[in-house]
Design a protein around this ligand. Sequence first.
Ligand code: XMP
Length: 512
Amino acid sequence: MILVLNFGGQYSHLIARRVREFGVYSEILPCDVSLKEIGKLKPDGIILSGGPAGVYEHNAPTMDRKILDLGIPIFGICYGLQLMAKFVGGEVLAGKLKEFGKKILYVKKNGKLLKGLSRKEQVWMSHGDLVTKLPKDFEILASTDSCPIAAFENNSKKLYGIQFHAEVVHTPKGSQILKNFIFDICKAKKYWHMKNLSKKLIKEIKKEVGKNSVIMGVSGGVDSTVAATLMHKAIGNRLYCVFVDHGLIRKNEAEEVKNFFEKKLKFKHFYFVDASILFLEKLKGVTDPEEKRKIIGHTFIEVFESKVIELEKKHPTIKFLGQGTIYPDRIESAQPTKYASKIKSHHNITLPDKMKLKVIEPLKEFYKDEVRKLGKELKIPAEILNRHPFPGPGLAIRILGEVTEERLKILREADYIFIEELKKSGYYDMTWQAFAALLPVKAVGVMGDARTYEYIISLRAVTSIDAMTADWAKLPNELLEKISTRIINEVRGVNRLVYDISQKPPATIEYE
Ligand code: XMP
């Protein structure tokens, strides 16, 4: 197994996932784990993740220095490299240079770590500090124009490091580097497979829930559907599913979800709660994104809670709250580590403490593509599994500024046309996520002989592996033109359409 020590980096879990993809088991632990704990786990190798701090900062995350002397191969990435350098006599310069995005890496020597790389490679950089003095007995393997020590190694001590991120897709040879470390340097063996995972998860749910029942909010999305199906397989009709319609869902969605759970999956206890009026009232006049998320999160819990109380009275065995939380939901809300910085609060995990139910989250360690594989094993139809992700706060975070009935109506129609055209052209399955967003500004246009003054719709389509990074989808001009013509002609209240060409990072996929 390969152990990843987490220093709070956005990509820490991506590292573990890549390792698992290669068929090697990987676990993530906080960076301050004890030597004893590491001894028990007997890892074949340790990867030190990136992190948002600087190694000389007060309270910067650190690890037991003696880990470096265990004789276990250690690979530092970004902050991990800097910390290693600091420990073994190198020097790190803080904050002088901010390097961000795609860079060219000049490979001077392949060594063991960069085996198979050419002299020039594209890499993904995201750092403010850099190693300026090479520690004794280390060799520089590569550099970029502004970062002279971008990769180093010391084979006799089995210490390796890179300043760029090997775990993201923007470093095309990143997988090769990780494989070099895992298989050639650590000599790890392949034995981790997704195959029997569903059986294992069902067994775990059965054990945890015992004779009790589970209540679960479902959205019709991939995550909650896979989680609910797992639950259903584990506890059958002791599963109570509730769909709260917050009025921020897409066109026709309510009907589709009802049909799916009641008719296709044949869940015995499926409850549809229409709370759209309440949500709109609470969102009236609110423009701040975090405020909107909080209101939606809390109102959702309120509505859900009152349904739970009603059902609990009838079915006192309900003791658990099932959730379809997946790993990226947790990492972006800064749950898994005390060092990660908070980006957005995802509403599915901002549960108030007063809820007495015990939370059960069977998918909390998995990434979207792993959840899809699991869903396939559970025979969930492809149209559900291949659905684009849809955020908990729904269209509210795609209407910038205040959410109103009028804006919702406009956005629903525009989004529907966009998705319909993407499906017709085959581009839906080629993109990770696509949607329309409403910009709360109006622009002048002309229709017939009259001047119009209406909203601008922004189309966002991205490609991604796991939503941690994303690129804008290169849709054909003809398709964009068709979509634009249709939306402007068919949706009243829109006279201008723009296509979003920003990458994540620094943008995010959603708008708020
Ligand atoms: P961002 O906008 O952070 O989105 O790049 C990354 C992925 O997460 C989804 N997302 C959410 N999902 N509740 C959710 O269930 C949320 O509050 C939320 N915010 C973003 C987003 O759609 C994308 O797939």
